[in-house]
Each structure stands twice: as structure tokens, then as C-alpha cells.
Design a protein around this ligand. Structure first.
Ligand code: FAQ
Length: 335
């Protein structure tokens, strides 16, 4: 049985008391719980507890914002890509990220929040987006490294969401994951070219980029399980399928060998194969840095938000023109 953990009321003295549901609400709740137990998908029009809806909206809108803000660090390099081929690939990738944001906003809209409301929450600083996009892209090697490590981490986190209990989110994720795989491969390929055919300076540039992105990528998976307030309920509801720490470990295990093939060193002196655990041990993550970045004080938080707000304002005429066109069309049809 799934309890409404966020639906509890504080009793005098601090103990928690479960909200008492009316019999008809209880019946709906029991049916919902049974469907979750059975691994059923929940559709947008199905009955769902308020907090299930809120949790989904929180996660899906944050995810959508991450895709849209995530276009900025890479978009910065479109005009400076070293060859026409790399420029075309990067353009396609950045457009894909925009598309992912749109699928996700559409999935969140099915839960009753408009895109304008979500975008407003992003622009006013109320809504979060992934910490990773608050780091700068200093060289061309950062672009390959984002593909390899950031998209690699994103895939690790997102494949389990293809089985999320909320069907519109799960459906969006299937397509997104396919595209993310191409993103990861193109990043790895770009780095491999620099490591194998490049100059010493290019190889040093790749190593420098890996040194800067490695730890922030491990932070992408979120706080440790015992400090993750949303995990228990998210997992009980089948929104989250695998825990933050388990995904982080899977990512480290998958990446170590790829780094060896590439010929780069992951910047962690404590990285060691643990025969007993059959996993790679890794060093301590600086969680104070993570919370600082999530709290708005990372290297590029202000710049990213300012860019999004400026793009929104500068694009107002396009939205107005599209609405005017739609109005004209419907008047013509009516006539
Ligand atoms: N950054 O209790 P938990 C991509 C927040 S897409 C910022 O563990 P939860 C594609 C969390 O929201 C990358 N905040 O939370 C791409 C919560 O705060 P709240 C985005 C973070 O939800 C590639 C608080 O900390 N992917 O990369 C972060 O159970 C290249 C406590 O945490 C997704 O959004 C963080 N890293 O688990 C695009 C995937 N981690 O909301 C362009 C879907 C945690 O209570 C270029 N999301 N927080 O105020 C998820 O899987 C989950 O939401 C987690 C967090 C795992 C991110």
C-alpha cells in the first residue's frame, strides 16, 4: 500500500497524522495504489492523488527546463565549431535538446499547468533546472565532454524513466533516450578524434575538460539517497525507478573503461576497482558545491537565467505574430 507521505498533517507535539480521506476518496486512492502495485501506467485523465500530480509536475518541469537551459552552454560553440561536419552535428544536437524540452513541457501540461506558468517559474528563479548547466564551456573539448559525460549521465538517469508510472512522461522519454544515445556517441567520437589524431595541445585540452566536468557530472544524479527528500515517495509511486546513488555508481562503472579507451585520466585518486563489491569505488563528492550551484550561486547561474529571459523577451514578437496568424486563419475558416 502506498501512503500519502506528503499528505500528512502535523499533530500537536510534532507527530504526524495521516489525512483522513472520505470513503469515495479512499476508494479512488485504493484503486490508484493497486494500479501502481500492478505496474500499470497512469494516463493524464485518470484519477491521481494531488501529491502524485505535484511531484510529477515538479520533476517534469525541472527536466524540461534543464533541456532548454542545457542548449545554452553548447549553443555558445555553434559558430566556433572546427569543421562543417562538427557544426552540423552540434546544430542538430542543440535542436534536439530544444525538442526534448518541448515534449516534456507538453507532458507536464497534461497535468494541468500551462507552459507559460512553468516558464514564468523558471524565469523568476522559483523552478530548478539541472546543476550541470551552470558550468562554463571554455574550449571546444568541453563540447565533446558534455556529449560523452553529461549526455552519458542523462541517459543513465533517463532510461529508467521510460518505465515511469505516468504514461505521457514515459512515452516522451522513449524518444528522448534514443536521441540522447546519439548525443553521447557524437561526443565520444569527437573526443576520440582529438585524442587519437590531435596534437599534444588538443589532448591536454580534452584532459582539462574532463577534469572540470567529471565531478559536476557525478552531482547530476542528485544528493545521496539518505539525503534525498523526494526519493522514497518518488520510488513508491514508480516515478523514479532507480535511486540516485545506484545510478551514480552505474555511471562510474560504465565510464571508467570508456576513459581508458579514450586515454584520459578521471580526476579522482580514490577511483579503485573493488573486487568484493564488483564496482568502482570513488572519492567523496563536494556536496557543498552542489548545493551552492542548486541555490543559484554556481559559475554561470546568473548568466544562464539572464540569457533565457532575454530570449523570451526578444521572441515575444514571434509569439504575437503566430497568435495573430492563428486568429486570422480561424476567422477565414469561420467565414
Ligand atoms: N540539479 O530529493 P532529490 C540533460 C534537487 S537533462 C538541480 O533527490 P528528486 C539532457 C531536487 O530537484 C538533465 N537540482 O530530488 C541534456 C530537489 O529539489 P526540490 C536533467 C537538483 O527529484 C544533456 C532536491 O535537489 N535531468 O542533461 C539536482 O527525487 C546535454 C533534492 O533532491 C532530469 O531532470 C540537480 N542535478 O531527484 C541537455 C531527469 N539533483 O525539487 C542538454 C529527471 C537534485 O525538492 C545538453 N529528474 N536536485 O526543490 C530526475 O530524475 C530527478 O528529479 C533527479 C532528482 C534525480 C534530478
Amino acid at each position: 500500500m502506498y501512503t500519502q507521505a506528503m499528505d500528512t498533517m502535523a499533530r500537536e507535539g510534532g507527530a504526524k497524522l495521516e489525512k483522513v480521506l472520505r470513503p469515495e476518496e479512499q476508494a479512488l486512492q485504493d484503486r490508484f495504489d493497486a494500479r501502481i502495485d500492478a505496474g500499470d501506467f497512469i494516463e493524464a485523465k485518470d484519477w491521481m492523488p494531488d501529491n502524485y500530480r505535484k511531484t510529477l509536475l515538479r520533476q517534469i518541469s525541472q527536466h524540461a527546463h534543464s533541456e532548454i537551459v542545457g542548449m545554452l552552454p553548447e549553443g555558445n560553440w555553434i559558430s566556433r565549431a572546427p569543421t562543417l561536419k562538427r557544426k552540423a552535428i552540434l546544430l542538430a544536437k542543440v535542436q534536439d535538446e530544444g525538442g526534448h524540452g518541448l515534449y516534456l513541457y507538453a507532458a507536464a501540461e497534461t497535468l494541468g499547468t500551462s507552459r507559460d506558468q512553468m516558464i514564468d517559474a523558471l524565469h523568476s528563479g522559483k523552478a530548478k533546472y539541472s546543476s550541470i548547466f551552470n558550468y562554463p564551456t571554455l574550449t571546444w573539448a568541453d563540447i565533446g565532454t558534455i556529449g560523452w559525460l553529461v549526455d552519458g549521465a542523462a541517459i543513465m538517469n533517463q532510461v529508467p524513466i521510460c518505465r515511469c508510472s505516468f504514461a505521457p512522461y514515459a512515452r516522451a522519454m522513449i524518444r528522448i533516450c534514443r536521441e540522447e544515445s546519439f548525443h553521447q556517441r557524437q561526443g565520444y567520437d569527437s573526443l576520440l578524434t582529438m585524442m587519437r589524431d590531435g596534437t599534444d595541445a588538443q589532448r591536454a585540452m580534452v584532459q582539462d575538460a574532463v577534469n572540470r566536468w567529471w565531478w559536476p557530472c557525478l552531482m547530476m544524479f542528485g544528493p545521496p539517497d539518505d539525503q534525498s527528500p523526494n526519493s522514497a515517495q518518488g520510488m513508491r509511486w514508480g516515478i523514479k525507478r532507480v535511486s540516485n546513488d545506484t545510478l551514480r555508481q552505474k555511471f562510474v562503472d560504465a565510464t571508467v573503461q570508456q576513459a581508458q579507451v579514450l586515454g584520459v585520466t578521471l580526476p579522482d585518486p580514490d577511483l579503485k576497482w573493488n573486487e568484493e563489491r564488483q564496482h568502482w569505488d570513488f572519492g567523496a563528492i563536494d556536496w557543498s558545491e552542489f548545493w551552492r550551484v542548486v541555490g543559484g550561486d554556481g559559475p554561470c547561474n546568473r548568466e544562464r537565467l539572464a540569457m533565457r529571459v532575454a530570449a523570451w523577451e526578444e521572441g515575444a514578437w514571434v509569439r504575437e505574430a503566430a497568435l495573430a496568424h492563428a486568429r486570422k486563419q480561424s476567422m477565414k475558416e469561420a467565414a
